[in-house]
Unconditional design. Structure first.
Lengths: 142, 180
């Protein structure tokens, strides 16, 4: 279940940070069934893609997960980009919280993230929401 | 059999030739990688076909409707499917219009670059709606995931010049580029 744990570590870190900053923001995860929230809802679509699962060291192979996390922050245009910025800040705090020395590794996967790209704002004309896109590489070792 | 002898004076030109070859190989591989359905979201294939390299930042301003064969894709209807009566034009119209004949066909050839004269190369997408496409994690997954290992594999010593791949907004010339 280490693959699941690796995913859970990052999802939990981001979810905790976002809910602490704004409890009305909905989290949508790519690996479970979901319905896109309504036009007035603030939500984050979090996608985790794995690129690597093992390191073939001499001796036994080691579970070493790496990949890319992308968080698309959706905020109704009526709320303004200030809200988009504050939610994006919370996402960044959540992602980087796993690197902190005081991070409690409840999933035992030693999660780490590298530099976070974004938030790249997208104002798409025919959409009800502003979109901010953030992505970063991650690793998890078991 | 003695090997061909080369003077020590050629070491610089040999190294530069090797670096330039690797530099161009990486750019070519990057564009080829992005122009696939694995690394670009594909509906009509226009976005995946519109990756371009240049020494200037790439502008996203090409409309699908202006470029064949993608311009005709939505006019081609799948046989069968649901139809509904439209009072506009008094005719039956297809409600499940889906692209037929979508294809990935790179629109831009990758030119040869020289890492000394063109140390900065931009890779971007010219499709006007690239912003929508970048919501898909495929592009970021390739650029931040596979690209780094591609760089390591291509260059054995050190990376000459700088290569950027676009991951950001399409509407502005000041989009976000990731330095690889």
């Amino acid at each position: 279940m280490t693959l699941v744990n690796a995913r859970a570590a990052f999802e939990k870190a981001v979810t905790n940070a976002v809910s602490a900053a704004d409890a009305t923001v909905l989290m949508v995860y790519d690996n479970v069934r979901y319905t896109v929230p309504g036009k007035t809802k603030k939500y984050i679509l979090m996608t985790i893609n794995f690129n690597r699962s093992t390191l073939q060291n001499q001796g036994a192979a080691q579970n070493y997960y790496s990949g890319v996390i992308q968080c698309n922050v959706h905020v109704p245009k009526s709320a303004g980009t200030a809200v988009l910025s504050s939610i994006s800040e919370a996402v960044i705090d959540g992602l980087t919280s796993v690197n902190a020395s005081g991070y409690s590794d409840t999933f035992n996967v030693s999660p780490r993230v590298s530099d976070v790209s974004g938030p790249t704002p997208l104002e798409l004309e025919d959409r009800s929401h502003f979109v901010g896109i953030m992505s970063c590489q991650f690793t998890a070792v078991v | 059999m003695a090997g061909r002898k080369k003077g020590i004076g050629q070491i610089v030109s040999d190294l530069e030739r090797q670096l330039n070859s690797d530099y161009n190989a990486l750019i070519q591989l990057t564009v080829e990688g992005l122009s696939t359905k694995e690394n670009s979201p594909v509906d009509t294939g226009f976005f995946a076909s519109s990756w371009k390299t240049g020494t200037q930042k790439i502008r996203a301003e090409d409309k699908r409707e202006d470029h064949a064969p993608w311009s005709k894709i939505y006019e081609t209807r799948a046989p069968g499917g649901a139809t509904t009566w439209s009072s506009i034009g008094n005719q039956w119209v297809h409600t499940d219009k889906k692209p037929v004949g979508g294809q990935i066909k790179p629109r831009f050839a990758v030119p040869e670059f020289n890492f000394k004269r063109q140390p900065t190369v931009y890779i971007g997408n010219t499709a006007e709606y690239a912003g929508y496409a970048l919501e898909s994690p495929k592009v970021a997954n390739f650029i931040q995931g596979e690209m780094r290992s591609l760089v390591k594999q291509t260059f054995k010593e050190k990376t000459p010049g700088r290569i950027f791949a676009r991951t950001g907004s399409s509407s502005s010339v000041f989009g976000v580029y990731t330095r690889l």
